[in-house]
Design a protein around this ligand. Structure first.
Ligand code: M6R
Length: 600
């Protein structure tokens, strides 16, 4: 995820800003840069690592902004690295998040502004240049520009002839640090934690003017007074936003990750989605089959999407574990679309399967988190899931983002193939946009889940069951638990219990059942009774308003239609996390596993 940093004060500005970029390195990035202000504005930026970036010592600089970029619009090149400047080179901007309506402004501005990058960010610099011609007040200029922008973002601006830094927050975090002789800015406190622990967290809609030792914050037309807080975290905890592990931080980032996946892509009223795909209506209608190839968690996201695609896009779907694809993947290449689902975009098994499909002349599409990854570069089309970097080895937020994005792909294909009416599409989109707050409701119950996890932690083995959309989530729940707690856990379709696994069920084997919309809950309930009669403790993860008293423990899922199993999965993530934590496991780096599996 991109990182913003800023400094104004009497210290060694260039060194402090350069160091703060190092502090933000953990967030993941593919380019970095700074803008330093003395009388003029000097910008240093480059793709690659921060160690590749030379920031010269500049004792005369008193104010600077910096950025680590994780590409979303445009490849990770020197030109696309932040800061971006206006035509005069007097205004510099660093930005996180997405500006949904940047293309409209870019088209308008192109007539008399020269653009040097492919980013959405650059329009902010040019719009501020125009606004400054009207007001000559940097904060007012930023206010004007923010009122024009749509999207979820945070940005910081510094400009020659204007004191300090102006920062704006809309859905993307920003925090200000205060010391006696300086003011700091960061996407999180890691940026400056070695200098001060006295901070102010900005809220959505805030625009802050940072001066040396002073800050003014406005929200709408009101001056606001945000409480200063003292952070107790050490640098390691600060990197994780105060969480003990990246995994827990990333579980909690899911509402924002899902929002980002949807941002600027949906028209809920019209029932349409815009994914910038080059798949024509004629091509979509000619499709006989979609083959999804993926591994691990991404494979389970693929299984989930398969049911949606068959139901709403009226197309046959086969889902392949990528390492098995070459043994059974042959189809008519002209009527088949191969969809590679991969967080990293580098998984060797998925890449090999993809190359096999592409080699046979099949059209390919990647659903990935990683701009510029090998798979993103090799496919015909890419849809990014926009989760931001996931550092914990266990995939969490990317599963939710993958399913959200694949649901958008489903709607796109369903509409193109006339298999889905605009009303049906609107209904699905309405449910999708409710997912972030539904996930938040689940996250708010974490202390209950922790207590339940601790109660069940000593089980001999754990079974996760569900039908239809509950099946991939049962598989994912079991994978999460086994990979971070090292406990034996299995997921399977509920109906399979009686065909073998039931032999393992005892009063020492907790069974977790997914019973939500899209999971044929009534049938799974019969299977729950089968395990209960063998003494197994049961946990029901259910959206039923009148939960069946059959369960020993019930976890309630907010109602969001066919997205309910994705929300249920958040309980399973927290369950796995707290069992692993109780057992003192290496949660972010489980034994024997790697985040990106680049060997076959
Ligand atoms: O980067 P990918 O999505 O292609 O990775 C695939 C699997 O290795 C990955 O999903 C793995 O199963 C998870 N890290 C498990 O939590």
């Amino acid at each position: 995820m991109c990182g913003i940093t800023g400094y104004i004060g009497t210290g060694d500005c260039s060194t402090i800003v350069a160091q703060s970029l190092k502090n933000l390195e953990y967030r993941g990035y593919d380019s970095a840069g700074v803008a330093l202000r003395n009388g003029s504005l000097e910008v240093y930026k480059q793709s690659g690592t921060i160690d590749d970036l030379t920031v010269p010592s500049m004792p005369s600089a008193t104010c600077g902004i910096g950025h680590t970029r994780w590409s979303t619009h445009g490849a990770p090149t020197d030109e696309n690295a932040h800061p971006h400047t206006d035509c005069t080179g007097q205004v510099a901007v660093v930005h996180n998040g997405i500006i949904n309506n940047y293309e409209m402004f870019k088209n308008e501005l192109c007539a008399d502004h020269e653009f040097t990058s492919e980013t959405d960010t650059e329009v902010i610099a040019h719009l501020i240049e125009n606004a400054l011609a009207d007001t000559n007040d940097l904060r007012e200029a930023v206010e004007q520009v923010v009122s024009m922008l749509k999207g979820s973002f945070a940005f910081a601006v510094t400009a020659v002839g204007h004191d300090g830094i102006v920062a704006a927050r809309q859905d993307s975090p920003l925090v200000i640090g205060h010391s006696e002789d300086a003011t700091f800015l960061g996407s999180d406190v890691t940026a400056f934690v070695e200098h001060t622990r006295t901070v102010t967290f900005l809220e959505d809609g805030d625009i802050a003017h940072l001066l040396e030792g002073d800050v003014t914050i406005v929200n709408g037309d009101k001056l606001v007074d945000r409480e200063r807080q003292t952070i107790e975290w050490d640098a390691d905890a600060a990197e994780k936003g105060g969480y003990e592990h990246y995994m827990r931080k990333e579980i909690h980032e899911q509402p924002r990750a899902v929002r980002q996946a949807l941002s600027g892509r949906v028209d809920e009223l019209a029932g349409t989605v815009d994914l910038d795909l080059s798949l024509s209506q004629e091509y979509c209608n000619s499709l006989d089959e979609i083959q999804i190839i993926a591994c691990g968690t991404s494979y389970y996201a693929g299984l989930y999407a398969a049911e949606l695609l068959e139901q709403y896009a009226d197309v046959r779907v086969s889902v392949h574990i990528a390492s098995e694809y070459e043994f059974r993947g042959d189809r008519d290449p002209w009527r088949t679309l191969v969809v590679a689902v991969t967080q990293s975009g580098e998984t060797a098994d998925t890449l090999r399967a993809l190359r096999k499909a592409a080699g046979a002349g099949t059209r390919t599409l990647a659903v990935t988190n990683t701009v510029g990854s090998t798979i993103a570069r090799e496919v015909d089309d890419t849809v990014y899931i926009r989760s931001g970097p996931e550092i914990g080895v266990a995939a969490t937020k990317t599963f939710a983002s993958q399913i959200t994005t694949l649901t958008l792909v489903t709607i796109y294909l369903g509409r193109q193939r006339n298999a889905l009416s605009s009303t049906e599409a609107s209904n699905i989109l309405e449910k999708l946009t409710a997912v972030p707050s539904a996930i938040q409701q689940v996250l708010d119950t974490e202390s209950t889940v922790r207590r339940i996890a601790e109660e069940f932690a000593d089980g001999d083995a754990f079974f996760f069951i569900g039908r239809r959309l509950g099946h991939p989530v049962a598989l994912e729940g079991a994978l999460k638990l086994k990979e971070i707690s090292y406990d034996h856990a299995e997921g399977f379709p509920s109906g399979e219990l009686k065909h073998g696994p039931l032999a393992l069920v005892t009063d020492e084997t907790p069974v977790v059942a997914i019973l939500t919309e899209g999971t044929n809950a009534d049938e799974t309930l019969h299977n729950v009774k089968e395990v209960e009669s063998r003494g197994a403790p049961t946990i029901g993860v259910t959206s039923a308003t009148d939960p069946n008293p059959v369960f020993d423990t019930t976890l309630t899922v907010p109602k969001v239609g066919l997205m309910e199993p994705v929300v249920a999965n958040v309980y399973l993530q927290l369950f796995a996390y707290h069992i692993a934590k109780r057992k003192g496991r290496s949660i972010d780096k489980p034994r024997n596993l790697a985040k990106s599996v680049t060997v076959e």
